[in-house]
Write a protein that binds this ligand. Structure first.
Ligand code: FES
Ligand code: FES
Length: 392
């Protein structure tokens, strides 16, 4: 199957056919022959492929071309006459910020983003911000020096340009949720127009990352459904999550905190939830934004609760898009393992809530940030086990 994709690449329209799994880096390199974007690991780890998509730095090896129809893409070639990038390039040259140059296109794009977004950044912040870009040659000192030098003495023209331009949000132009969605359920009232425009199109996730998961809960489906179909109750068993307004007209507003090592993200957002009580199923479509990193997460979750003897199984189909700097940590295998750890906690929280037992440490105080370090450890252990299993 081939999908027609049209993008604006460095101000030029580029169109072509892509397979659903073709990533953007390959599409750019092969359709437009714009080979300035380098591919290293192709797993979201090295950062060599970092480019701007709608004004935000992203891994083009993890972004599907089909998900970028109509997107505004800027690669290293698109900065030829940009005064800020000219200053960064010159500074990299002066401070020996490159040797073989393989990491350099991604480094330059990331440096540009740091200088534009964090004009007061010190060396520690620069190091943290470039930690998603690996260089095997320079030892990073020259790169940090180069970025620091431009931060201290940015070209005047670039400051004027930065004041004028504002990164365009990927949400611009997204379709509204059609209000007929609300007719799927007697429980969900009509979605208001302003709330609906905040949400992504429920049908727009065909090419998004897909995760299928199940949770087994040691309780009967009727009892579990009582919690699942009540957002106020459900949110109390999700680590780090809380509602910021009462659930109203099928719309939930809330936030979710995730902590991974020193990095903390707080996604604040809105979701439309439609329940189908007879089938014990439902659909959630939502979008959240972490203001600090300017990353957005949007997704669709379809769920159905089925009996399993005296227990219940919750089947989940999640499709999501993570955009912005945090997508650098969006390696699929890692996200999957983090999701596994989170779902285990949710299952335990559901059981504890149903049993009326003391809610464990992760659910006792709301909101308690989802501890990504703990998830990360579980994730790495999970990955290790799978690798060892494969190598036997
Ligand atoms: Fe390494 Fe994309 S090629 S992160
Ligand atoms: Fe060679 Fe960075 S300059 S990998």
């Amino acid at each position: 199957m081939q999908i027609e994709v049209e993008i604006q690449l460095n101000g030029q329209t580029v169109s072509g056919a892509a397979e659903p799994r073709t990533h953007l880096a390959d599409f750019i390199r092969e359709e437009a022959l714009a080979t300035g974007t380098h591919l290293g690991c192709e797993q979201g780890v090295c950062g060599a492929c970092t480019i701007f998509i709608d004004g935000e730095p992203m891994r083009s090896c993890l972004t599907l071309a089909a998900a970028c129809d109509n997107a505004d893409i800027r690669t290293v070639e698109g900065f030829a006459d940009d005064p800020l990038m000219q200053a960064i390039r010159e500074s990299f040259k002066q401070h020996h910020g490159l040797q073989c140059g393989y990491c350099t296109p991604g480094m330059l794009v990331t440096a540009y983003d740091i200088i534009r977004r964090l004009p007061g950044a010190d060396r520690q912040i620069i190091r943290r911000e470039i930690s998603g870009n690996l260089c095997r040659c320079t030892g990073y000192e020259g790169i940090v020096n180069a970025i620091e030098a431009v931060l201290k003495d940015p070209p005047v023209a670039s400051l004027q340009e930065m004041a004028r331009s504002k990164p365009r949000s990927r949400s611009d132009g997204l379709d509204k949720i059609v209000s007929s969605d609300s007719s799927m359920s007697p429980e969900a009232g009509p979605t208001t127009e302003s709330e609906a425009t905040d949400l992504p199109d429920a049908d727009s996730f065909d090419t998004a990352v897909n995760l299928e998961k199940t949770i087994t809960v040691a309780a009967a489906p009727d009892a579990v459904w009582q919690i699942i179909s009540n957002p106020e109750a459900m949110v109390s068993v999700i680590p780090g999550a809380s509602l910021t307004a009462p659930f109203d007209n099928g719309i939930a507003k809330g936030l979710c905190e995730v902590k991974v090592g020193p990095m903390k993200a707080q996604f604040q957002g809105t979701a439309s939830i439609v329940y189908q009580t007879d089938a014990k199923s439902g659909t959630l479509v939502g979008r959240g934004r972490d203001d600090f990193s300017r990353s957005t997460l949007e997704g669709r979750l379809d769920f159905v609760l089925v009996p399993d003897g005296v227990d219940s199984i919750l089947d989940l189909n999640m499709r999501y898009r993570l955009n912005g700097p945090l997508s650098q940590f969006g390696r699929a295998a890692l996200i999957e393992e983090i999701a596994n750890a989170l779902l285990r906690d949710i299952a335990r929280g559901l059981e504890e809530k149903l049993n009326g037992t003391a809610i464990s440490e992760h659910h006792s105080k709301a909101p308690h940030p989802a501890n990504g370090s703990r998830f990360l450890v579980s994730a790495l252990v999970g990955l290790l086990k799978r690798v060892l299993r494969r190598s036997r």
